[in-house]
Design a protein around this ligand. Structure first.
Ligand code: PGA
Length: 326
C-alpha cells in the first residue's frame, strides 16, 4: 500500500526520476548510491510494480513510474506551498520561486530578480533559461511556478500577464548600405542574407510570421543558436537579423550595430508571465506576480533607455494576449 511509503522514499524516487541517474540522485541527496538503490527497491515493493527500467546504462520510467512521479511532485509542491503559507502567516515571505524563462528574457530577468531578491531576502530563486520549445515542454510537465515568454502558447490553457514590451528590430552592421536609408520597404530585405535563430526559437517564429504574412521569402544564410552569436555575425558583416531590442541592452558591441528603419518595424510584442490555468500559485509566486505588476511601468522606461536608434516607446497599454505581431 502506497500509504506505507515514506516521504524520504518518494523524495529519492523523484530525484532519480528527474535526473534519470542513480549517481546524480545520490549526489543531489548527499547520500550514497547503494542507499538510493535500497530506498527505491523498498518503494518498488510497496507499489508492487517496477518504477524504472534499466536498459544498458540508461534509465527509463515505467508507466507506473511516470504516474508516481506526478503524484510525488504534487505532494512536494503541496508541502512547499504549506511551508510558504506558514511563513506568510508569520509575516515573512519565504520559500523558493522556480522560474523558467525564454532565452531572450535573460537580458532583463536576472536584473529584475536582483531587485526582487533585495526586497524579499527570504525568497530563493531558481532560474532556468530555455528556448521557446523547451520551455513549453517544461510548462506541460508542470516543472516550474512561473514562465516568461514572448508569445502565448498555442495548445495550452494558460493565465497570461503582459508586463513589458518586447519590440523586435532589424539589425545590420554599422557600415551596411541600408544603414542610412529611411522607411525601407520589407520587400527590399529579401535581397539581403539573414542570420536566423534555431528552430524552436520564439524570435525565429515571429520573424517568419512577419515575412510570411506579407508573402515574402527571406534568404537565410546561416542559422545560429544564440542572440549573442547572431549579433557578432551581424557586426562581422555576414548578414542582417531580426532580434528583440532587449538584446541590445547590454550593448557591448552596440556601436558596431545599427537598427534599420524598415516599414512595419519594430514588430510590437510583449513579454508575458504565464502559468497553467489550473495551477495553484504559491505565496512566493503570487508575490512575484504582484512585484512585476507594480514594477512594469518603471521597467519599460528603464530597459529601453540607452538603446541608441530605438524609437521612443509610446504610452500604449499592453496589448491583449493574441493580438501581438508574433
Ligand atoms: P526565443 O524567444 O528566445 O526562444 O527566441 C524569444 C521571444 O519569443 O521573443
Amino acid at each position: 500500500m502506497i500509504k506505507n511509503a515514506t516521504l524520504r522514499q518518494l523524495k529519492v524516487f523523484e530525484t532519480v526520476a528527474r535526473n534519470l541517474s542513480f549517481t546524480r540522485a545520490a549526489e543531489e541527496l548527499h547520500t550514497t548510491q547503494p542507499t538510493v538503490s535500497i530506498q527505491l527497491k523498498q518503494l518498488t515493493d510497496i507499489v508492487g510494480q517496477p518504477l524504472i527500467e534499466q536498459i544498458g546504462k540508461r534509465i527509463f520510467l515505467t508507466e507506473a513510474g511516470q504516474e508516481l512521479l506526478k503524484v510525488s511532485r504534487e505532494i512536494f509542491d503541496s508541502l512547499a506551498h504549506f511551508e510558504m503559507r506558514i511563513s506568510d502567516m508569520k509575516g515573512v515571505k519565504a520559500g523558493r520561486l522556480n522560474l523558467s524563462v525564454i532565452t531572450t528574457a535573460k537580458y532583463f530577468v536576472p536584473r529584475l530578480l536582483g531587485l526582487f531578491c533585495q526586497r524579499y531576502p527570504g525568497i530563493d530563486v531558481s532560474l532556468k533559461v530555455e528556448n521557446r520549445e523547451r520551455m513549453l515542454q517544461r510548462m506541460s510537465e508542470n516543472m516550474d511556478d512561473l514562465y516568461v515568454l514572448g508569445q502565448p502558447p498555442e495548445h495550452m490553457e494558460v493565465e497570461l500577464q503582459p508586463f513589458l514590451e518586447n519590440p523586435m528590430v532589424v539589425l545590420a552592421a554599422r557600415n551596411h548600405p541600408l544603414a542610412a536609408e529611411r522607411n525601407i520597404p520589407p520587400e527590399r530585405l529579401t535581397e539581403e542574407p539573414f542570420l536566423m535563430r534555431e528552430a524552436g526559437s520564439g524570435t525565429r517564429l515571429a520573424t517568419e510570421k512577419f515575412f510570411g504574412e506579407r508573402g515574402l521569402k527571406i534568404k537565410v544564410r546561416m542559422e545560429l543558436g544564440s542572440n549573442e552569436a547572431i549579433k557578432q555575425a551581424v557586426a562581422g558583416g555576414l548578414g542582417i537579423a531580426v532580434l528583440s531590442a532587449h538584446t541590445l541592452a547590454l550593448a557591448r558591441n552596440g556601436d558596431e550595430l545599427v537598427i534599420l528603419d524598415v516599414a512595419g518595424f519594430p514588430i510590437r510584442r510583449h513579454w508575458y508571465l504565464a502559468y497553467p490555468r489550473e495551477k495553484q500559485l504559491s505565496v512566493v509566486a503570487a508575490t512575484f506576480l504582484e512585484f512585476l505588476h507594480e514594477e512594469s511601468k518603471l521597467l519599460s522606461e528603464k530597459y529601453f533607455m540607452g538603446i541608441s536608434g530605438f524609437p521612443k516607446q509610446d504610452e500604449e497599454s499592453p496589448a491583449e494576449p493574441g493580438r501581438d505581431a508574433g
